[in-house]
Structures are given as C-alpha cells and as structure tokens.
Design a protein around this ligand. Sequence first.
Ligand SMILES: Cc1cc2nc3c(=O)[nH]c(=O)nc-3n(C[C@H](O)[C@H](O)[C@H](O)COP(=O)(O)OP(=O)(O)OC[C@H]3O[C@@H](n4cnc5c(N)ncnc54)[C@H](O)[C@@H]3O)c2cc1C
Length: 314
Amino acid sequence: MHIDDQKKNELKGLFAEKISFEDSLSGFTSMGVGGPAEALLIPSETDEIIKAVHWCSSNKIEWCIIGGGTNIVIKDEGINGLVIAITKKLGGFTHENIEGASRIRIMAGTPLSKVCSWAAERGLKGLEFAAGIPGTFGGAVKMNAGTSAGWISDVLDSITVITADGEKKCLSGSEIESSYRKLRLKNVTGPGDICGSIIVEASIILKNGSADEIKAKIKKSMEERKAKQPLGYKNAGCIFRNPENNLPAGKLIELAGLKGAESGGAKVSELHANFIINTGEASAADIIALIDMVKTTVNEKFSVTLEPEVIVAG
Ligand SMILES: Cc1cc2nc3c(=O)[nH]c(=O)nc-3n(C[C@H](O)[C@H](O)[C@H](O)COP(=O)(O)OP(=O)(O)OC[C@H]3O[C@@H](n4cnc5c(N)ncnc54)[C@H](O)[C@@H]3O)c2cc1C
C-alpha cells in the first residue's frame, strides 16, 4: 500500500516537521548509497514511535527502522512505506551505581562510541570491545554487535522495545538468547526475532575498573582498526558473516583472489577483503552486484556459502 496525498496529510498532522517525503536516504548510511524513503520520520520521543506504528498498522503501511545506517545497504529504488530513523534525537543515557558496577540506561539513538568513551573516562569496564564500532546503541543491540573480544549481549541487562502491535515492553536479559550477530526471545514460537520490535532503550551493566587500563585497551584496538580497515572510504563494515568451522570470510575472499575486484564504483577493499568500499560514485546496485559476485566465486572455489552480515533494505 502506498502513501497517497490524503495519508501524507494525516502524517503531517501527526508529526509536523518530523516527517518528510521522498527524501534521499543516502546521507543516512555509511555506504553513502540509497534512494528515497516514501516517508521518513525522525522521532524525538518514544510516544511518536508508538503513534507511527499504530498509524501504519491501521493504514496497512509497512514500516522499517534505520539507526546509524552503518550496517545497511539501501537499494537505489529507495524504501516504500514509512522509514523511522532512530537518531541522536532519541539519544541520551543515565546511570546508577550498584555494587562494584554501574547500570547504564541508554536510549537507542545514542551513538555507541559516546557510551564507550564515557565508560572509559569513568573507569567502567566491559564495553572496550565495542570501541570503533560505529552506529547507534539500538543498532548495536539489534545486531548484537561485537568482535572476538566480546558482544553487546555480554553486558546487556534489559531492553525496552515497541512491539509490532505498538506496545511498550521491557525485556530482562534472562528473557533474551544471544548468538553471533543475533538476539532472540527465549521461549517463543517462530523466529523470536526481537527486532520485529523497535528497540527504544537498553540497559547494560559495566563493572568498576581502571580508567587507564580501559583506555589503553581501546587505544590498541582503535590502532588495529586503523591499520586493518579501509576507514578512509565509505563502507558498511564486514559484508559477510564469518562462516562456522571455516576460515574468516575475509580470508576466503582474499584466497579467492577477489581483493580489488570492482563493480562500478564499488570495490573489494585491498586492505580487508570482507569490506566493500564506495570509491566515490558507487550505486547500491554496484555494491549488491559485487556482493553477489563475491558470494558466487567463493562458493565455486571453496563450496562455502557466505551469508551477508550487512542488511540490504528496499
Ligand atoms: C567501519 C565499520 C566498522 C564496523 N565494525 C563492526 C564490528 O567490529 N562489529 C560489529 O558487530 N559491527 C561492526 N560494524 C557494523 C555496524 O557498525 C554495527 O552492526 C552497528 O551496531 C549497526 O548499528 P546502526 O545503528 O548503524 O544500525 P543500522 O545499520 O542502522 O541498522 C542495522 C539493523 O538494525 C536495525 N535497527 C537499527 N536500530 C534499531 C532499533 N533501534 N530497533 C530495532 N532495529 C534497529 C535496522 O533495521 C537494521 O536491520 C562496522 C561498520 C563499519 C562501517
């Protein structure tokens, strides 16, 4: 179902300047590609998300979420329906001291980097692994972002979501099951993907530690990222999940001779083969074609099916 003029007027009445139509989403992604959103809402209050979900449900309009856009490739055709962008306008955090630790409640639009540096300054440990991961806190929870040194689920205490029915729910850590780049609800039938819901807040627990040690760890991992990742170019982080019981995806891509492979303005990074960079004028179609080509070639050479970690939306 499309958003006709009458529905546009309804949305303007509900959200005033926070709603726009046919605006390009390329500036909302780290890859710098993507067509327009039929409608784009940038909420600054949780209640606006609830209102939007109810409106979509009664008008049979699809909605989707974008956070920092650092793990998404949006197609050139754009996205139909309502895109809800969770930005710094829905950001901020509070904390309370508990025995030997702190509980930090973080709104979904808060940049993950901001939480990491704040925790380091206060000598709170447990989030060092996340230094250098861009995007929002909500996006990091949804993706169970992490590295070999840890995942968000390691420090997660609770998540507050708006469900697809527009209901606000707080889920405790014990109700959530974590795996590689995924969180799901325990004891539910079906996929149990928490992200049929919108994460609006999450709390984490970080233990008291030494600020100097935490900062030294962060410095080391940031230096490693700078040396190993093509951070001078637009990119979306690792394109493929690392396959189980095999070499890392980047190593397989490298062994398949694909470093430097190009499709239009998209290129497999020479520095880290699991990164695709936008060399300047890439379209989403260029990136998607390169992803497909890499997947096919690695499968032909090694009989391994690489699964994208990056989300293709639209
Ligand atoms: C240079 C670079 C390095 C990276 N390094 C790492 C790394 O080391 N480890 C790692 O795990 N990732 C890494 N990433 C990928 C990415 O940064 C993470 O996955 C990040 O957590 C995504 O957050 P985001 O806000 O940008 O989410 P987006 O890219 O905007 O969204 C990702 C998915 O989450 C959903 N989503 C976003 N916010 C919400 C919300 N509030 N509620 C429900 N769903 C939501 C979106 O619908 C989408 O499906 C890297 C990316 C880049 C560009």
